[in-house]
Write a protein that binds this ligand. Structure first.
Ligand SMILES: *[C@@H]1O[C@H](CO)[C@@H](O)[C@H](O)[C@H]1NC(C)=O
Length: 171
């Protein structure tokens, strides 16, 4: 009998912790992938022997520390944080990246918090959806999704600006 009561109490405690207090946050940032110039923020660190001959760059690995800004202008818009992590060209036939990155906020209301994003990014597609798999700070217990839309892609430099809309449920 006592164990049943304890079980009910535990159940109520868990329900109370999960219920009601969860917030939903929408963040829009611009992600700047700079591969050109003297100070790139996305650098190739590895590739397969066959990557150069592959149309989809299959096997290439990049490390990124890309700026996240409020508006689309890299020099002109407020810096909100950095996207730090890697992307891997993981599609053998189509250009599809595996994104694995933390959005680390360094200004604004989320300063000091981070969101972990992991997902497939088929870059030629208009809208790409990736999973939010966790977070820290105000984004503890985070889950959700991110949608990426290419804002600009410079064919000459191969630098890209991508709009990210991140929808997060968290504590
Ligand atoms: C962000 O937080 C850090 C640590 O608390 C602080 O030093 C810094 O001034 C903050 N930056 C902005 C732009 O608010």
């Amino acid at each position: 009998m006592a164990s049943v009561a304890l079980f009910v109490v535990l159940l109520l405690t868990v329900a109370a912790a999960v219920d009601g207090k969860e917030k939903e946050t929408h963040i829009k940032v611009y992600w700047h992938d700079v591969v050109s110039g003297a100070s790139p923020t996305a650098v190739p660190v590895a590739r397969a022997a066959t990557t150069k001959a592959s149309k989809s760059f299959f096997g290439a690995v990049y490390v990124i520390d890309d700026a996240l800004t409020e508006g689309p202008g890299l020099g002109s818009s407020a810096l909100l944080g950095r996207a730090q992590g890697t992307y891997v060209s993981a599609g053998k036939d189509a250009l599809a990246l595996l994104m694995n990155m933390n959005f680390v906020f360094t200004a604004g209301r989320y300063n000091g918090s981070s969101v972990a994003i992991m997902g497939r990014n088929e870059v030629a597609t208009a809208v790409r959806e990736m999973a939010v798999v966790g977070g820290t700070g105000v984004f503890r217990w985070a889950r959700g999704y991110a949608q990426a839309r290419t804002h600009t892609f410079d064919l000459k430099t191969r630098d890209a600006t991508v709009e990210y809309n991140v929808f997060i449920r968290h504590q």
